[in-house]
Design a protein around this ligand. Structure first.
Ligand SMILES: NC(=O)c1ccc[n+]([C@@H]2O[C@H](COP(=O)([O-])OP(=O)(O)OC[C@H]3O[C@@H](n4cnc5c(N)ncnc54)[C@H](OP(=O)(O)O)[C@@H]3O)[C@@H](O)[C@H]2O)c1
Length: 282
C-alpha cells in the first residue's frame, strides 16, 4: 500500500468507492475488500448505504481503528446550517463515534464559502471527524475555504481520470499538502471512455496488466493523489488492489496525460461550480 501522511494521519492512497452499492451487496463488497487488504472506504449520506458500509466494516473482523472511513454531508444540510447534525446521523448509521474524514459533498452556490466551512470546522472540534475536507470545489473556492476555515482542511475530493485535466486544483492541493482524492478514477467504467482507450490498452499490454490496473497505477504515481475505485465483485476488487510492486515509466505516464480533453469531465450536475477545466470551462 502507498500512504499519504498528513495531520497525524496515515491515509491509504487506494480506497474503495461505494456509490451505487446498496444493502447486503454493499456490506459484502466492503467486507471482502477489507479481507483483500483495502483499508480506506468512501461513502456519503446521499449514497444511502452508510448502514451497509458500517456493517461491512464490522463483518470484516478488522479493528475499526485500522480502517480509514470518509463520509460526506449533502448540500441541503449545509444550506440549513445542519452539518454537525447531519454528520451525527451518518455516525449513527455507520455505528461509529468518529469518521476519519468528513467532507462537504458539493459547494452550495448561494452561501458564502466561509459559512460552509465554519460548520465543517465544528465537526472536527467536536471530535465527530478526525480530519475534514471538501469535494467538488473549484480552485477559487478551495483557496477561499483554506484561508477562511479555522481548522485545517486535509482533503479535496474531485473527479479525476486520464481524460480530465485537474492541474489547477491539484497544484493548489499540493501547495497546502492536502490529499487529493480522485473520484470516478476509472471514468465510471463507462464503455468507450477510459478503460477502452487504445493507448491505455497498449500500455496495459506492454506491462502484462489490465487497463484498470494501469489507470489506477497512473493515479498513485502522482504526488498527493489517492484513488477510490468502486467495485462490486471479488474479481474486480482483487484486480484493482493488485497495483503495487511495479511502476509505469515516465513515458507511460506521459501517454496517459496526453489523453486529457476539454470534454473529459463526466460528472457535471446543474449545481456544479464553474470548473477550472473541462466542459463548463472549455
Ligand atoms: N464526491 C463526489 O461527488 C463523488 C462523485 C462520484 C463518485 N464518488 C466516489 O468515487 C467512487 C468511485 O467513482 P465511480 O463509482 O463514479 O466510478 P469508478 O470507480 O471510476 O468506476 C466504477 C465502475 O467501474 C467498474 N469497475 C471497477 N473495477 C473494474 C475492473 N477491474 N474492471 C472493469 N470494470 C471495473 C465498476 O463495476 P462493478 O461495480 O461491477 O465492479 C463500476 O461500474 C464512488 O463510488 C464514490 O465513492 C464521489
Amino acid at each position: 500500500m502507498l500512504y499519504h501522511t498528513t495531520d497525524h494521519a496515515k491515509i491509504p492512497r487506494l480506497g474503495l468507492g461505494t456509490w451505487k452499492l446498496e444493502g447486503e451487496t454493499c456490506a459484502s463488497s466492503v467486507a471482502k475488500a477489507i479481507e483483500i487488504g483495502y483499508r480506506h472506504i468512501d461513502t456519503a449520506a446521499v449514497y444511502e448505504n452508510e448502514e451497509a458500509v458500517g456493517k461491512g466494516i464490522r463483518d470484516s473482523g478488522i479493528d475499526r481503528s485500522e480502517i480509514f472511513v470518509t463520509t460526506k454531508v449533502w448540500m441541503d444540510r449545509i444550506k440549513k446550517e445542519e452539518v454537525v447534525g447531519a454528520l451525527s446521523e451518518s455516525l449513527d448509521k455507520l455505528q461509529m463515534d468518529q469518521v476519519d474524514m468528513a467532507l462537504l459533498h458539493w459547494p452550495v452556490g448561494d452561501m458564502p464559502i466561509e459559512d460552509q466551512v465554519s460548520q465543517l470546522a465544528t465537526c472536527k472540534t467536536s471530535g465527530k471527524a478526525k480530519l475534514i475536507g471538501v469535494s467538488n470545489y473549484n480552485q477559487d473556492q478551495l483557496l477561499q475555504a483554506l484561508t477562511s476555515c479555522s481548522e485545517r482542511l486535509s482533503n479535496i475530493q474531485c473527479e479525476y481520470h486520464p481524460l480530465l485535466d485537474q492541474d489547477p486544483i491539484l497544484k493548489t492541493a499540493r501547495g497546502f499538502d492536502m490529499l487529493f482524492t480522485s473520484y470516478s478514477p476509472l471514468g465510471r467504467g463507462d464503455r468507450g471512455t477510459v478503460l477502452d482507450n487504445p493507448a491505455v490498452k497498449r500500455v496495459a499490454e506492454y506491462h502484462g496488466k489490465t487497463p484498470t490496473q494501469v489507470v489506477l497505477r497512473w493515479h498513485l504515481q502522482q504526488a498527493n493523489v489517492a484513488a477510490i475505485p468502486k467495485a462490486t465483485s471479488e474479481e474486480h476488487l482483487r484486480e484493482n488492489f493488485d497495483i503495487f510492486g511495479w511502476d509505469l515509466s515516465a513515458a507511460d505516464m506521459k501517454t496517459l496525460y496526453g489523453l486529457m480533453r476539454p470534454d473529459g469531465r463526466m460528472v457535471n450536475p446543474d449545481w456544479s461550480p464553474k470548473w477550472d477545466t473541462g466542459v463548463e470551462a472549455a
